[in-house]
Design a protein around this ligand. Structure first.
Ligand code: IPM
Ligand code: MG
Length: 377
């Protein structure tokens, strides 16, 4: 199959991890007889430097034309002092909005080989997914910074607004995903609860009260067989650490999802392990690791490319309908971890002390995964 992928390397470690993701895509193409064409476009800091804007029009066009978009990471101290609309993050938020990517799917899975890397003493089985609303709430609401001329007091505000249809569509994504996961696991044989936990702050916020009402309505009307529970966001932040295996699918608004997904990533050992898919109504997706551009380690070939590589697995599965290929990538990542290979962020003291792991560079990690896929590891 021939597929077009718009690729945004981005800033910081973005180019390094994307190089490894492409290596893996090429290994998949060779192995399964596909042809992937890459169209490299600019976004974020590099786009500011080269085009004078964080989101060039050509990037929007290329992403809309592509079958899928693969993104490294954007941002860095170099661009921290510009006005809001000239920061790299504005490019990321802009492309999400332009493509209508309302559902951000962040799977949080603890690989067996990384159990020691998880900060919890007895983590149990952690396999949950955060569905984060991505183009609403405080990120996109009305905002202002102003000064009261009489008192000279400066004030800034951001508004968190949600309309019913925005809640409905992301709730559907969560319920569909829960249904799919229940079918895959076989609800009866799974020891852990299946279903959707909707996270909000309905004891305080109006937008959360509407959120809770609409999520319940969507379930009652269209997903009566999927379990639903509501949880306040402060409680959810605590429960993620106390007892993470109670969760299956979490659905929540943009800002809560941003915070909870970074928190949850640590359960997998490192933010460097967390992939994501951002989807719109027509299934066109943007795939990116959840981590940032990590400017402090950029250019040193020590970043963890696995979140980018696992994002490639999501891309293959969701946008290209290539489940076998996606499994091949996930299994290869698992195999390489089982063999004891680690980037620095996922080496843990017990392993280092017992010499039971081998620390590899970003590029070596990509080579190892690609080699397993090619079948000659
Ligand atoms: C993420 C990131 C972004 C966000 C930043 C870089 C704007 O933290 O994808 O989680 O807040 O959405
Ligand atoms: Mg974030």
């Amino acid at each position: 199959m021939v597929k077009q992928i718009a690729v945004i390397k981005g800033d910081g470690i973005g180019p390094e991890i994307i190089a490894e993701a492409i290596k893996v895509l090429e290994a998949v193409a060779d192995k399964f007889g596909h042809s992937f064409e890459y169209n490299y476009v600019l976004l974020g800091g590099t786009a500011i430097d080269q085009e004078g804007t964080p989101l060039p029009a050509e990037t929007i066009k290329a992403c809309k034309r592509a079958d899928a978009v693969l993104l490294g990471a954007v941002g860095g101290p170099k661009w921290d002092f510009g006005p809001g609309h000239m920061r790299p993050e504005a490019g990321l938020l802009g492309i999400r909005k332009e493509l209508g990517l309302f559902a951000n799917i962040r799977p949080v899975k603890l690989f067996n080989a990384l159990k020691d890397a998880c900060p919890l003493k007895d983590p149990g089985e952690i396999d949950l997914v955060i569905v984060r609303e991505l183009i609403g709430g405080a990120y996109y609401g009305e905002r202002k910074t102003y000064i009261d001329e009489k008192t000279a007091v400066r004030t800034a505000y951001d508004t968190m607004a949600y309309s019913d249809f925005e809640i409905q569509r992301v709730a559907r994504v969560a319920f569909d995903l829960a249904k799919k996961r229940a079918a895959a696991v076989g609800a009866a044989e799974s020891g852990r609860p299946l279903g959707v936990t909707s996270v909000d702050k309905a004891n305080v916020l109006d937008s959360s009260r509407l959120w809770r009402e609409i999520v319940a309505k969507v379930r009652m009307e269209d997903y009566p067989n999927v379990a639903l529970s509501d949880m306040l966001v402060d409680n959810a932040a605590m429960q993620l650490i106390r007892y993470p295996s109670q969760f299956d699918v979490i659905v929540t608004e943009n800002l809560f999802g941003d915070i909870l997904s970074d928190e949850a990533s640590m359960l997998t050992g490192s933010l460097g392990m967390l992939p994501s898919a951002s989807l719109n109504e027509s299934g066109v997706g943007l795939y990116e690791p959840c981590h940032g551009s990590a400017p402090d380690i950029a250019g040193r070939d020590i970043a963890n490319p696995l979140a980018a590589i696992l994002s490639v697995a999501m891309l293959l599965e969701i946008s290209f309908n290539m489940s076998r290929e996606a499994r091949a990538v996930e299994n290869a990542v698992n195999a390489v971890l089982e063999q004891g290979y680690r980037t620095v962020d996922i080496v843990f003291k017990s392993e280092a002390d017992s010499n039971s792991c081998e620390v590899v560079k970003c590029s070596e990690m990509g080579d190892l995964v690609a080699k397993v896929i090619a079948g000659n590891s």
